[in-house]
Write a protein that binds this ligand. Structure first.
Ligand SMILES: Nc1nc2c(ncn2[C@@H]2O[C@H](COP(=O)(O)OP(=O)(O)OP(=O)(O)O)[C@@H](O)[C@H]2O)c(=O)[nH]1
Ligand SMILES: [Mg+2]
Length: 625
């Protein structure tokens, strides 16, 4: 949750306070024989350098190298970049001959070699010049004194394990927007000896500030039975910007005959991330239990209200006293941002059609997510855009009416496209809706590298700051890659009002069947058409009637639908050579319709011209807009 700039600063201050804790051995400032520390000031000894500078700015400071031994010692002095070790995520420094990045490359020491007399000290000044185009945020490193000659050869007897390179940590913060961002990636669970499982996961700092992560492992069994909730230990105290650390833990308690869902949830500086994996102690259990679960789910919905009681009885949620919440959360954003795909992923079934053509959604579609603690009514809206037709204006009106009425607004911004005028236009309008919490959702994260994602997170944070929007959360998700989708539901739920469920258990949408059928036909018709044609297509189901005189075990539903286009010249494209395209549209959509309605269907499609219907109020009314 990247809240206001003030909150980000507060987080930075916290991080700073945490950094004031004694240095860890990995970058000790003192090895008992010599030490490297910031020069003492009137205020006392600083344990490390904390420097703040703006891009283009320069800061100066002095490092003191102290020799505690009875002989002179010579050191090589250099600036090093910090990173997290691959082994356990500890704080580590790059060697003197490794390529230098930020901040090491920006440091100029007055001297790079010093001889410190016995029991004496030497001060060396340095200058840190931040380039104009430096990235804002934290750039951790250190100033290191590496003894020039091997200590043993110098005639003393240093204890084994004496560290030759000793460094004073340097925490540089470059002024500009800060955005904490964290991801849990690649959660895997492998059966270990006995019934245990080795769980591995990667923590990835996607933002530009140092994080101090905490994490917990949860396991749920079939039908959501809670099995485990345990804080994870062995996390790196500091996860530096851009760093990825692979970590692991062992869970000894997986039930031998149960499929489990493992989730690693991590948080730091107000940001939350989660990732999960399925685990079965016996490999055959995964398919077998998936089937069992499907059957159970069918039985579940068939049981109707009774299943509600079952759900409550079997629910051992950690906070049984937490009030139930229910309410509306809409997804808004420009066309093609991934709103409908996300709605479907959250609901777990297709309630809204999707396509790679802009302006696919033409009315609000409600999808319902049922959880033990909350019922989320997700409202998918048409993409808000610059209208060129009366239809466009009406669709935009629908969006604005929706966001004025819901409890939470989810603003969808695709990760693979830089924020554009369309996004900024929407953000400006959202800024005027003060009372409703807004979550910025970065969609399609599977399409970009982490660096691009980090930049997008930062840009969104900045956009919020510019317009005075206090994002309740900024969440990266991939609906296609099933990444952080459940986390999004977890973040929406607490923002909803306390309320009993608004829809009966088992209802996944309130879309009328006829509308859904028309939409499925339109979705199939959109495939492979280009330019203006996708906008020109509208579908209306005229009637759905069970065929008479069919045997009871072989019913057939007759569906008559009209596919409208705007100009006679478009007819040929839709119908295709010898009707081949229309036939394909019929075949494709029929499969989806039969799955939706659970009955064989005979689909009768007709192509009709409704001249310029997008601009004609009368035609629009006829087509249901
Ligand atoms: N790779 C990838 N593609 C996605 C993801 N989410 C959506 N898409 C694709 O993006 C395109 C647009 O998705 P929609 O869900 O229809 O977008 P929308 O925001 O509802 O669009 P409109 O209804 O036109 O406003 C489709 O081709 C989707 O398959 C994702 O998480 N990853
Ligand atoms: Mg849509």
């Amino acid at each position: 949750m990247i809240r206001t700039a003030a909150a980000a600063l507060a987080a930075a201050a916290l991080a700073l306070a945490a950094l004031l804790a004694p240095a860890r051995p990995a970058a000790a400032a003192d090895n008992g024989q010599w030490s490297v520390l910031p020069v003492a000031t009137a205020a006392g000894q600083r344990p490390y350098f904390y420097l703040a500078a703006s891009p283009g700015g320069t800061v100066r400071d002095t490092v003191t190298v102290a020799n505690r031994t009875d002989r002179p010692r010579t050191f090589r002095l250099y600036a090093a970049d910090a990173h997290n070790t691959a082994r356990d995520g500890g704080f580590a420094l790059r060697g003197p001959d490794e390529p230098r990045g930020a901040p090491a490359a920006w440091v100029r020491l007055e001297r790079d070699r010093v001889t410190v007399p016995a029991r004496g000290t030497v001060d060396v000044g340095f200058e840190l010049s931040v380039p104009d185009r430096a990235e804002p945020g934290d750039h951790p490193g250190a100033l290191v004194a590496l003894e020039d000659a091997p200590a043993a050869a110098a005639g003393t007897a240093p204890g084994i394990g004496i560290r030759q390179a000793v460094g004073a940590r340097l925490y540089l913060r470059v002024a500009g927007p800060t955005a904490p961002a964290l991801a849990v990636e690649d959660v895997t669970a492998v059966a270990a000896a006995g019934t245990g499982a080795e769980v591995s996961y990667t923590l990835h700092n996607l933002g530009n500030v140092t994080l101090r992560p905490r994490a917990a492992l949860t396991a749920t069994g079939a039908l959501g039975r809670p099995l485990l909730h345990r804080a994870l230990t062995g996390l790196p105290p500091e996860l530096l910007p851009g760093q990825r650390v692979r970590l692991g833990t062992r869970w000894d308690g997986p039930p031998p005959l149960e499929w489990t869902r493992l989730t690693v949830r991590a948080e730091a500086s107000g940001v939350t991330a989660a990732g999960g994996a399925d685990h079965a102690a016996h490999p055959l259990l995964v398919p077998a239990l998936a089937l069992a679960l499907t059957l159970a789910a069918v039985a579940w919905s068939a049981l109707g209200a009774a299943s509600g009681r079952m759900a409550r009885m079997s629910d051992r949620s950690p906070e049984p006293t937490a009030p139930h919440r229910a309410g509306f959360a809409c997804f808004v954003g420009r066309p093609n941002a991934g709103k409908s795909t996300l709605t479907n992923a959250l609901v777990g079934t297709k309630v809204a059609i999707t396509s790679n053509r802009p302006q696919t959604t033409r009315h609000t579609v409600r999808g319902i997510v049922h959880r033990p603690d909350a019922q989320l009514v997700l409202v998918d809206t048409p993409g808000l855009h610059k209208p060129r037709t009366l239809l466009g204006e009406r669709l935009n009106d629908v969006v604005r009416t929706t966001w004025a009425e819901v409890d939470v607004i989810g603003f969808c911004l695709p990760a693979d496209q830089k924020l554009g005028p369309g996004d900024k236009f929407i953000a400006k309008e959202l800024a005027a809706i003060k009372k409703t919490p807004k979550i910025a959702i970065v969609t399609k994260t599977d399409l970009v590298e982490s660096k691009a994602l980090a930049e997008q997170l930062l840009a969104i944070h900045q956009l919020g700051a510019e317009l005075g929007i206090e994002w309740a959360e900024i969440v990266p998700v991939s609906a296609v890659g099933d990444n952080q989708v459940q986390l999004l539901a977890d973040l929406i739920a607490p923002l909803l009002p306390e309320s009993p469920p608004l829809y009966p258990e088992g209802d996944l949408t309130d879309e009328p069947e006829m509308v859904m059928v028309a939409e499925l036909i339109r979705e199939a018709a959109l495939e492979g058409v280009r330019d203006e044609l996708p906008h020109s297509i509208a579908v209306v189901v005229e009637e759905m009637i069970p065929r008479e005189n069919r045997p009871a075990d072989r019913p057939l539903l007759d569906i008559h639908a009209n596919v409208y286009i705007e100009r006679p010249s478009q007819k040929g494209i839709i119908i295709g050579p010898k009707g081949s395209r229309l036939k394909e549209v019929g075949m494709k959509s029929r499969k989806h319709i039969e799955a939706l309605l659970g009955t064989p269907v005979f689909l009768d499609l007709h192509v009709k011209v409704a001249k310029d219907w997008q601009r004609d109020p009368k035609q629009l009314r006829k087509l249901g807009f």
